[in-house]
Design a protein around this ligand. Structure first.
Ligand SMILES: *[C@@H]1O[C@H](CO)[C@@H](O)[C@H](O)[C@H]1NC(C)=O
Ligand SMILES: *[C@@H]1O[C@H](CO)[C@@H](O)[C@H](O)[C@H]1NC(C)=O
Ligand SMILES: *[C@@H]1O[C@H](CO)[C@@H](O)[C@H](O)[C@H]1NC(C)=O
Length: 319
């Protein structure tokens, strides 16, 4: 009988292994609008951002013909990027004036908003401005610090700490591993970022094609994997950790990559859905979030795409 460690060893040996997990299309935008990020509410309904709209949308995955419905439209903005729940049913959202072609925001337009959905009526307020930023992208909560979020600056190669109570912003981590490198823009450096249970900051660098981690106090960046074995030099976008400590990382133009930590501290990467070279199953995946509605639902990963798809991936299924 093959043990799990043998299986992982084989994966490590062969390099580019495809293990396709079952998927289901939950939603397809009729206009193919660019969906950028997703948060799952305690009610299991989704919050969805689009770089092509200043409106925060909700979608009920349980509805027969789910639609994107308006929650709140941010003034002085034309597009949204990151979203994260930082207190129960209270979210941080990045609103900016974006040029999607140039993959950049107008300097001075980047605002981190708070959207409180606890009362039934959305209460939105601008909390912090990031005047120097020309693209603030993914957001992360900070475990144990419900007033704080981290925000990825894809152009300046930094992770900011944003105090959602006071509006104070400071650079938490920066350096070449977070930067795009030449030519930038429109190349993006740090894109998605999430603090895991180990307290380390995990992040993708789109242009450098790396998935990496770094202590929050700074220090050495450890690259956990890149896209070279898959024939790409760039393309990682946002990601989500599962309850087993594995990371599910979206890749342009068409794959979901699964990073599994091994006992010896290295990570093995495999293609879980689609094809790094491109696929219609997930056409330009941008972000991923797990369901929250009971035991089975928490194994379902919802992936947004630039082609207006929301795709459910059954991560609990045997590949
Ligand atoms: C870690 O373990 C894997 C799987 O057994 C092996 O392929 C890899 O070479 C090991 N790496 C190190 C640095 O020991
Ligand atoms: C959902 O859409 C399909 C196809 O348009 C339609 O046949 C069906 O009646 C709709 N279901 C509901 C509950 O609206
Ligand atoms: C957006 O960026 C593209 C590429 O840099 C540029 O050609 C275009 O003029 C920009 N659009 C606006 C509205 O500034």
């Amino acid at each position: 009988m093959m043990r799990a460690t043998d299986f992982l060893f084989l994966l490590a040996l062969t390099g580019c292994v495809v293990a396709t997990f079952p998927t289901q299309l939950v939603y397809q935008s009729p206009t193919g609008v660019f969906l950028e990020n997703i948060a799952v509410r305690p009610s299991s309904k989704f919050l969805i951002t689009s770089t092509q709209s200043p409106t925060l949308f909700t979608l009920d995955p349980g509805a027969a013909n789910a639609t994107l419905d308006e929650i709140y439209t941010f003034p002085n903005s034309n597009g949204l990027t990151g979203i994260v729940e930082y207190r129960p049913d209270v979210y941080a959202v990045v609103a900016s004036v974006l040029n999607v072609t140039a993959a950049s925001a107008t300097r001075g337009s980047v605002v981190i908003w708070s959207v409180d959905l606890t009362s039934g009526v959305p209460i939105a307020k601008p909390v912090a401005r990031i005047p120097q930023s020309t693209l603030t992208n993914g957001l992360s909560s900070v475990p144990g610090h419900p007033d704080l979020v981290l925000a990825a600056d894809s152009d300046l190669g930094a992770a900011y700490e944003v105090n959602m109570r006071t509006g104070a912003v400071r650079v938490k981590v920066h350096g070449p591993a977070l930067a795009a490198g030449a030519p930038a823009p429109p190349a993006l450096g740090i894109n998605g970022l999430h603090i895991e249970r180990d307290g380390l900051l995990y992040f993708t660098n789109s242009q450098q094609g790396t998935f990496a981690r770094v202590p929050l106090s700074g220090g050495e960046v450890e690259v956990l994997g890149d896209l070279e074995p898959f024939g790409l030099t760039n393309g990682y976008d946002d990601f989500a950790f599962d309850s087993e400590g594995r990371a599910w990382v979206t890749v342009h133009p068409g794959a979901l990559q699964l990073f599994t930590p091994l006992a010896n501290g290295t990570w093995v990467q495999q293609t879980a859905v689609g094809d790094p070279a491109g696929s219609t199953v997930i056409n330009g995946p941008t972000a991923a979030a797990f369901g929250r509605d009971g035991a089975r639902e928490t194994k379902i990963l919802y992936v947004t795409t630039v082609a207006g798809q929301i795709v459910a991936v059954d991560t609990g299924a045997k590949a």
